[in-house]
Design a protein around this ligand. Structure first.
Ligand code: PEP
Ligand code: MG
Length: 588
């Protein structure tokens, strides 16, 4: 029977294929006392050591295959973080001690030790340690599977054309995706920023995450249709729907061919309004995709991904290398480096382990930076130093008002002063901008404009906080409405405040990736748009199809509309008349 699910859109693309289930539930483990005598203990310790050593070899092999194939540097880094856990002998020593002192089986010792490490990490106030909890559990499962003589990598041997369905995938599982020609990935856990989502995007693989209780409802080889941009999963679709999905996939492929040519051209409306189209990136390696798409700069570099999933924060030098790579590769085009937006959804790869009761409202982004001032200062030093390599702006995420913005500027001043003392060069005029993504920042945007060099509107969070809708929750996804008139009015207010102060105002939220929203944003007088590398050429093509005077008139109507549905209708009608081939969805 057909089963329709909505999940979190993690990586765009459309696919239909037979399900391939990757079983990743923890193995059941029970305590078993060892036989009397020293020999039984020694034999058990040998079993344990052998299983751990095999685990190390398995990960090393998987990592070398990925590295040899030149695949995402990020994946190699995640696998190394994973490997480190088995190389670092804390787990091995603790498990061995449990076997010897308690005379229990290796399985029980591993499970217990992993649990206590996980609990200690969980309780740690340090976000970097907290993020490693999942890695510990993956490492323990690998050892347990080796002890049981089971295939340690359930994702080995993925059939070509399959839709991979899993509770969750480890970085090693993901490395198998690199080699297999699978069609799409769907997981029960995860967020837009979990490992699976990040890597699926890097691999260009359609993915939907956060689809609860799916694994038990799908049989191996059942047909599954996936739309990664909409977060749609249909299990056992009727034949008519399969044809519809295939038709959409075909249209998408055709569109991508047209767009490759569009990327080369400037984004200018038919009546001559020039819009700058930039790209949002998460890893330095994405710069090439941004340039291929025709990006005129990087409007948002989400630097927090340098920090996620590793035992210690990156050093100043490591950060400098990453930023310089982006800046020099893009030069002379501009690059906006955003200071880390850690916390919130950026750690919640396993929501049940989230460290704060309400992480979206917790110690995150700029407030985490001001709380962990040393960490923040190190990042700012690296950013200021990288500015010597090209055209760099720095901005802060989740600014709430003038107070926190000014505090952040003080830390920039400290970073500058420190660099001067250390005899390290940095340009004196790096523009420092403010993200507008919290409603309070919109309300005081005129005041912020006195201190900031530019504004960048982040609708992903602005929608979340304005409408009180969790941006990562599939249960309220239908209420997450970027076209809500309240959101439009907030955007207009921010644009006006910036304009009146003579500030450049850009938009870097995913709203700008929706072809229907482009004329709305242009009509609201945004003239710098930053989207994911894959969406740059589409946004350019839309801009080239529309007229600025139409966009302004329609934006005026939208600001008077009562609901998101009415706004949607206005722009759907316009798209139907003006650029029917560029819409991602059927327009009738
Ligand atoms: C936003 O909130 O719109 C934004 C661009 O930032 P992020 O998605 O990284 O929170
Ligand atoms: Mg944000």
């Amino acid at each position: 029977m057909t089963d329709r699910r909505a999940g979190i859109p993690a990586s765009p693309g459309i696919a239909v294929g037979p399900a391939h289930l990757v079983e990743r539930r923890p193995l059941a483990v029970a305590p078993r006392p060892l036989a009397a005598g020293a020999a039984a203990v020694e034999a058990e310790v040998e079993r344990l050591r052998g299983a751990i050593a095999r685990g190390r070899e398995q990960i090393e092999r998987a990592r070398d295959r990925v590295r040899g194939a030149g695949h995402p540097a990020e994946l190699v880094r995640m696998m190394e973080a994973h490997l480190q856990l088995l190389e670092d002998d804390a787990l091995e020593r603790a498990a061995e001690r449990a076997v010897r002192e308690e005379r229990v089986n290796a399985e029980w010792a591993v499970r217990r030790v992993a649990e206590s490490i996980r609990a200690a990490l969980e309780a740690s106030g340090d976000e970097f340690f907290r993020e490693r909890r999942g890695d510990v559990l993956f490492a323990a499962e690998r050892i347990l599977r080796n002890l049981a003589g089971l295939q340690p990598d359930p994702a080995d041997d993925l059939p070509a054309g399959a839709v991979v369905v899993a509770h969750e995938l480890s970085p090693v599982d993901m490395s198998h995706l690199v080699h297999a020609a699978v069609a799409a990935v769907v997981t029960e856990t995860g967020s837009r920023t979990s490992h699976t989502a990040i890597l699926a995007r890097a691999l260009g693989l359609p993915a939907v995450v956060g689809v609860p209780d799916l694994v038990g409802c799908v049989d191996e080889r059942t047909l599954v249709a996936v739309d990664g941009a909409r977060g749609e999963v249909v299990v056992a679709p009727p034949p008519a729907e399969v044809s519809l999905f295939r038709e959409r996939a075909r249209r998408l492929a055709e569109l991508q061919r047209t767009l490759r040519e569009e990327g080369e051209r400037p984004a200018e409306t038919r009546d001559g309004r020039r819009i700058a189209l930039l790209a949002n990136i998460e890893f330095p390696d994405e710069v090439d995709a941004a340039l291929r798409g025709g990006a005129e700069g990087i409007g948002l570099y989400r630097t927090e991904f340098l920090y996620v999933g590793r035992p210690r924060p990156p050093s100043e030098e490591e950060q400098l290398r990453a930023y310089e790579k982006v800046v020099s590769r893009m030069a002379p085009r501009p690059v906006v480096l955003r200071t880390f937006d850690l916390g919130g959804d950026k750690f919640a790869s396993r929501p049940q382990l989230a460290g704060e009761p309400n992480p979206a409202l917790g110690l995150r982004a700029l407030r985490l930076g001001l709380h962990e001032r040393d960490l923040f200062r190190i990042q700012l030093r690296a950013m200021l130093r990288a500015a010597a390599a090209g055209d760099v702006g720095v901005m802060f995420p989740m600014v709430c008002g003038v107070g926190d913005f000014r505090d952040a500027l003080d830390v920039v001043g400290e970073a500058r002063e420190g660099l001067r003392r250390d005899g390290l060069a940095c340009p004196g005029d790096v523009p420092i901008g403010c993200m507008i993504e919290v409603p309070s920042a919109v309300v005081v945007a005129d005041l912020l404009a006195r201190h900031a060099a530019f504004f960048s509107i982040g609708t992903n969070d602005l929608v979340q906080y304005a409408l009180a809708i969790d941006r990562g929750s599939e249960r309220v996804a239908q209420f997450y409405q970027p076209f809500h008139p309240a959101v439009l009015r907030l955007v207009r207010q921010a644009v006006r405040a910036g304009r009146e102060a003579g500030l450049p105002v850009s938009m870097c939220g995913a709203m700008a990736e929706d072809p229907l929203a482009v004329p709305l944003l242009v009509g609201l007088e945004i003239d710098r748009i930053s989207v994911s590398p894959a969406s740059v050429s589409l946004a350019k093509a839309v801009v080239r199809s529309i007229r600025f005077d139409d966009a302004r008139r329609l934006a005026g109507e939208a600001l008077e509309a009562g609901t998101a549905e009415e706004v949607g209708r206005i722009f759907r009608d316009y798209a139907r008349q003006t650029y029917p081939d560029l819409a991602r969805e059927p327009l009738d």
